[in-house]
Design a protein around this ligand. Structure first.
Ligand code: SAH
Ligand code: SF4
Ligand code: F3S
Length: 439
């Protein structure tokens, strides 16, 4: 074999797929590479090092990695360049060396090991591929440079991993066991984020409401964050129905900066399917949690995740999911066709559902969810609320931001990114609402 002659990269680009935690990890990797002396390149196609921060949740997400690598190589080849490619994230954790065999990438680094990215890049420059998919006991967060510049709405990972083992899901395998970051480290990072420009912080975790540090639960963390000067809004995601403790529900009533929005995945409206999924809650226990949340914060906007076509799901069981959707009235939601994942129990179950049946169910579910989203948006018309401006819109003078209920708001305003403006909602579309600045 010819010795590879690689030169150390000078520029880098990080591309993140999947969930918000991956977006957060991508930002941290970018800060790490910048601290190591590399320059960020806005475009993947002219970077010396491309980091693909990947998602393994469904088959299509995983396959996207390989097609992306092919496409990036082709574009670079036309320019006579051969950028280094690092695969990070959940596909890196799940497939490890296989990625090197299949796509000849330079670096493979798992979600719990990315603090080693600069060292792995250096090792690969010296020759061959460098792989690190360890789940070390020491925390990667301790090895990371401080946050410098962020947008008005920032993510902060407080909890990682999952011990729930839903039978369809790869997250417990790719992210490892449930670990909560210490209270003090989170508060330090929150202060750094506020200094770096954040007005809103979204606390992230695969089961964020299971966060704990000694006697403290997530609501204690939220109460402490609420006291930080300069922080206007707090959100958290994703929660598990069984970890929705009364303290957290009460926080929605008591804490003004905790936004009236809750993403609480349910997956199915059939108790038999929920049991087969190992969800450890029923439709009834889920609905009772929502009742308590609504009692504490009547205007709360609710969101969820759904899977259609789980092995063995009958038409009658799917109809129960539609009934649950009708009963809740979500403001928005995500719905997916079941995707069998290697190594998960559900992938081995009999009675896998035909693709055309899944397509049909997904369509019907999404029609119901879209109807409710539209209805929710329409119900906000006439309300006045604060909007945190996050970016410029397409029209002249138009700015885009989020309402407390997380709908996207378009407004013509003489406002800067990061401003909190008072807006009256005047019209609603399917995916966003329009408002007018209030004097
Ligand atoms: N921790 C969160 C989210 C995990 S992943 C939770 O407990 O809900 C985000 C969503 O992806 C899940 O809520 C589920 O709806 C979906 N998902 C996970 N595995 C899937 C699979 N194998 N096929 C289809 N959708 C899946
Ligand atoms: Fe996956 Fe279930 Fe854990 Fe959510 S709770 S990450 S769906 S195993
Ligand atoms: Fe995907 Fe991993 Fe997030 S599988 S959804 S990137 S935790």
């Amino acid at each position: 074999m010819n010795p590879t002659t690689k030169t150390a990269p000078k520029t880098f680009h990080v591309k993140s797929f999947g969930c918000q935690m991956n977006v957060y990890d991508g930002e941290r990797m970018a800060e790490l590479m910048a601290a190591d002396g590399l320059t960020h390149s806005a475009n993947a196609d002219d970077a010396d090092l491309i980091v693909l921060n990947t998602c393994h949740i469904r088959e299509r997400a995983t396959e996207k990695v390989y097609s992306d690598i092919g496409r990036l190589r082709k574009v670079a080849g036309k320019q006579g360049r051969a950028p280094m490619i690092a695969v990070a994230g959940c596909v890196a954790q799940a497939e490890g060396e296989e990625i090197v065999r299949r796509a000849k990438v330079d670096v493979v680094v798992g979600p719990q090991a990315y603090h080693n990215l600069p060292g792995l890049v250096a090792r690969s420059v010296a020759g061959g591929a460098a792989i690190d998919t360890d789940m070390p006991v020491e925390s990667k967060f301790d090895a990371m440079p401080a946050r410098r510049r962020v947008g008005p709405s920032a993510f902060l990972t407080v909890q990682e991993g999952c011990d729930k083992f839903c039978t369809y899901c790869v997250v417990p395998y790719t992210r490892g066991a449930e670990v909560s970051r210490p209270f003090a480290a989170i508060m330090d990072e929150a202060r750094a984020l506020i200094d770096a420009g954040a007005k809103e912080i979204t606390l992230l975790g695969q089961n964020v409401n299971a966060w704990e540090d000694g006697e403290r639960g997530l609501h204690d963390l939220i109460r402490a964050l609420d006291k930080l000067p300069g922080l206007a809004r707090i959100r958290y995601t994703t929660s598990h129905p069984n970890d929705m403790k009364q303290g957290l529900i009460d926080a929605h009533r008591d804490i003004g900066s905790l936004m009236p929005f809750l993403h609480l995945p349910v997956q199915s409206g059939s108790d038999r399917v929920l049991r087969a999924m190992n969800r450890s809650h029923t439709t009834d226990s889920y609905l009772r949690v929502l009742d308590r949340v609504r009692a504490a914060r009547p205007d709360i906007a609710l969101s969820g995740d759904f899977i259609v076509g789980f092995p063995g799901e009958s038409e009658a069981e799917f109809a129960e999911t539609l009934r649950l959707v009708d009963a809740v009235g979500y403001s928005q939601a995500f719905s997916f066709k079941y995707s069998p994942r290697p190594g998960t129990p559900a992938a081995e179950m009999a009675d896998q559902i035909a693709p055309e049946v899944m397509d049909d169910r997904l369509q019907r579910l999404q029609a119901a969810l879209n109807r409710d989203q539209q209805a929710f948006n329409a119900a906000t018309v006439g309300r006045t609320c604060d909007v945190l401006i996050e970016r410029a819109g397409k029209l002249p003078g138009q700015m885009l931001g989020k309402s407390p209920w997380l709908n996207s708001v378009h407004v013509i305003a003489d406002a800067a990114i990061g401003d909190m403006v008072r807006v009256q909602i005047t019209a609603a579309g399917p995916n966003a609402v329009t408002g007018r600045i209030q004097p």
